[in-house]
Design a protein around this ligand. Structure first.
Ligand SMILES: [Cu+2]
Length: 91
């Protein structure tokens, strides 16, 4: 009981510091692109609520303050998938 409430508290406190990140991606043409980008962002283990939009050519996700994804890490992940992160916005 105590342990589970500790983990709930931990998850809540980490989520409270999540920053929303929006990345403009160039080179996306189809659903495979969306899957590849989603997979590489997931593989960083630092991105939550990943949503990649082919229409907007954007990848959106939340990162955790304690496990912050740097711009360089985002660019590397997108590049690994075969695309380019042209602009990164945080709020
Ligand atoms: Cu594609």
């Amino acid at each position: 009981m105590k342990i589970s409430s500790f983990f709930i508290g931990l998850v809540f406190s980490l989520s409270a510091f999540a920053a929303k990140v929006e990345v403009d991606v160039s080179g996306m043409t189809c659903g495979m692109c969306v899957e590849a980008i989603t997979r590489e962002l997931k593989a960083t283990n630092k991105a939550e609520n990943i949503s990649v939009s082919l229409e907007d050519k954007k990848a959106r996700f939340s990162d955790l303050k304690d496990l912050k994804l740097t711009d360089a890490e985002i660019k590397t992940a997108i590049k690994k998938a075969g695309y380019e992160a042209v602009k990164i916005r945080r709020n």
